[in-house]
Design a protein around this ligand. Structure first.
Ligand code: NDP
Ligand code: MG
Length: 339
């Protein structure tokens, strides 16, 4: 049975708990660059830890930060926000964070993975909190700049100072999350629903759906450019309508022909079999099987991960899309920064 939650907004999430405090953001990647800059723009004192040599070091400096080491950042901070990749966090935690932690400090996560699966076990005398934005880091930044924000999940795993929740809500407000809505939850629920969403629907399900549609059209002899517009470019136009008004508003906007096709054909693509597989994927997350598999993949050098990634980079969908996006100058085409 579905449980309901209470939504919190800016009036429920004052910035006070971060006034006069120093926040360290460890890593200046997707989430890191957004948390660091949004908090700074909200008037919070922020320092950034970012190793030298790569694109993110350059970006941190361009944004006006003077990156320091993780050790230094931990020493100076009241709230330490860990925005390093999940698979990297345990070793950085053991090597550089734990030896410098002080009683009463707050450790902040943007995803519950390492705390929930116990690959990081902080001492009892620090707060352990989470603010998990429900959107990619680059949107956490751009929505904030527009005056909005990405909704956030907030959780407290350890409350050593009896102020952990206030600190978490202030952090969520500082990044713009409370402009859209904050849900108070647990590390477990955030972690499990987040992994499920990205695997079955948002990233995994969606990329597989786009690729399968694109392949179906080009295998039937249609031009890849047409297949790209139909199965990828238009995805945003449709999801924008859903974003603003749900399935109902999307269906109001499309033709009756499209709507009839949607209602009768959609369930033939995503079938009971797909839903059964989704339940299996959820079980693998809940039992820790996925976390174990990902850990093993990391420990054996990410060979399979890299192979799958390279395969998709060469997919005709990607080759076609890159060419077409260049021509749509209004679209602000993006590519990951060169290493
Ligand atoms: P990114 O991969 O974008 O950024 C990682 C950062 O960590 C970079 O600054 C990177 O620096 C640094 N880093 C990587 N490896 C090391 C290392 N061995 N030693 C020191 N620094 C290192 O991470 P994300 O922002 O995607 O993820 C961060 C956290 O946010 C994760 O917990 C994730 O689950 C969570 N999250 C992410 C979302 C997203 O939108 N991406 C959404 C919600 C939560 P360098 O450039 O030098 O490699
Ligand atoms: Mg997510």
């Amino acid at each position: 049975m579905a449980r309901s939650v209470k939504m919190l907004y800016e009036k429920d999430a004052p910035l006070d708990a971060l006034k006069g405090k120093t926040v360290a953001v460890l890593g200046f990647g997707s989430q890191g660059h957004a948390h660091a800059q949004n908090l700074r723009d909200s008037g919070v004192k922020v320092i950034v830890a970012q190793r030298e040599g790569g694109a993110n070091y350059r970006l941190a400096k361009e944004a006006g930060f003077k990156p320091v080491s993780v050790e230094e950042a931990v020493k100076q901070a009241d709230l330490i926000i860990i925005t390093l990749p999940d698979e990297i966090q345990p070793e950085v935690y053991n090597r550089s964070i734990a030896p410098n932690l002080r009683k009463g400090q707050t450790l902040g996560f943007t995803h519950g993975f390492n705390i929930h699966f116990k690959t990081i076990v902080p001492p009892k005398d620090v707060n352990v909190i989470m603010v998990a934005p429900k959107g990619p880091g680059h949107l956490v930044r751009s929505e904030y700049e527009k005056g909005g924000g990405v909704p956030c999940l907030v959780a407290v795993h350890q409350d050593a100072t009896r102020s952990a929740k206030k600190i978490a809500l202030a952090w969520a407000r500082g990044i713009g999350g409370a402009r859209s809505g904050v849900i108070v939850t647990t590390f477990k629920d955030e972690c499990e629903t987040d992994l499920f969403g990205e695997q079955a629907v948002l990233c995994g399900g969606l990329s597989a759906l786009i690729k399968a549609g694109f392949e179906t059209l080009i295998e039937a002899g249609y031009p890849p450019e047409m297949a790209y517009f139909e199965c990828c470019h238009e995805m945003k136009l449709i999801t924008d309508l859903i974003f603003q008004g749900g399935l109902d508003y999307m269906r109001y906007s499309i033709s009756n022909t499209a709507e009839y096709g949607d209602l009768t054909r959609g369930p033939r693509v995503i079938t009971d079999k797909s839903k059964k597989e989704m339940k299996k994927i959820l079980k693998e997350i809940q039992t820790g099987k996925f976390a174990k598999e990902f850990r093993k993949e990391y420990e054996s050098g990410m060979e399979n991960f890299k192979k799958l990634y390279e395969q998709d980079r060469k997919h005709p969908l990607e080759v076609t899309g890159k060419k077409l996006r260049k021509m749509m100058t209004w679209l602000n085409a993006k590519e990951p920064p060169k290493k």
